[in-house]
Design a protein around this ligand. Structure first.
Ligand SMILES: [Mg+2]
Length: 176
């Protein structure tokens, strides 16, 4: 039962997945989740370190595609086209046909394909059902959430300190 939810490997983010390791493990194709794996949820921004990681993937001779459950074709297409890779939208992960569609685009099979995603119940479960190599990444929004919390705490301290030690000057009186 639990084997279905256990990824082969884990990484803090997409760009920290070792391409050398993938090559060493015989991986030739990547099925990559979109929301919270490649970009923040429903965002089309691809950060430079992710774009650079994809260049290295290509240079290593590994094929990649986006397989997303997102229902909006345009949203998935914009990101996939920026990277220059094919995509499947409305993919119905964890259903096996979603991953078969990905492997169809890549021209790879269960032995040399890895699934990368942030969700156990869609990405990891689905990949494991077909016996694929699976990699769980921490959702991008979770990173941001922790960051935001820290920033807010710092903000609070700064506001308190300013009030206490350096009160803001009042507006200068109107000159008529
Ligand atoms: Mg996701």
């Amino acid at each position: 039962m639990f084997e279905y939810f256990r990824p082969t490997r884990q990484a803090p983010s997409l760009d920290l997945i070792s391409i050398e390791q993938l090559v060493q493990d015989g991986i030739r194709g990547l099925i990559i989740d979109l929301d919270n794996t490649m970009t923040p949820w429903n965002d089309v921004e691809v950060v430079p370190k992710v774009a650079e990681w994809f260049i290295k993937v290509k240079a290593a001779g590994i094929q990649a595609c986006v397989v997303s459950n997102n229902k909006k074709r345009q949203r998935v297409a914009v990101v996939a086209e920026r990277i220059g890779i094919p995509f499947v939208f409305r993919a119905t992960k964890p259903r096996r046909r979603a991953f078969r569609a990905g492997m169809g685009l890549l021209g790879t099979g269960p032995k040399d394909t890895a699934v990368i995603g942030d969700q156990l119940f869609t990405d990891i479960l689905g990949g494991n059902r077909l016996g694929l190599y699976t990699i769980l990444v921490t959702p991008i929004n979770e990173h941001e959430f922790i960051g935001t919390r820290v920033v807010r705490q710092i903000e609070k301290v700064l506001v308190w300190m300013m009030k206490r030690f350096a009160p803001a000057k009042p507006f200068s009186p109107k000159i008529h």
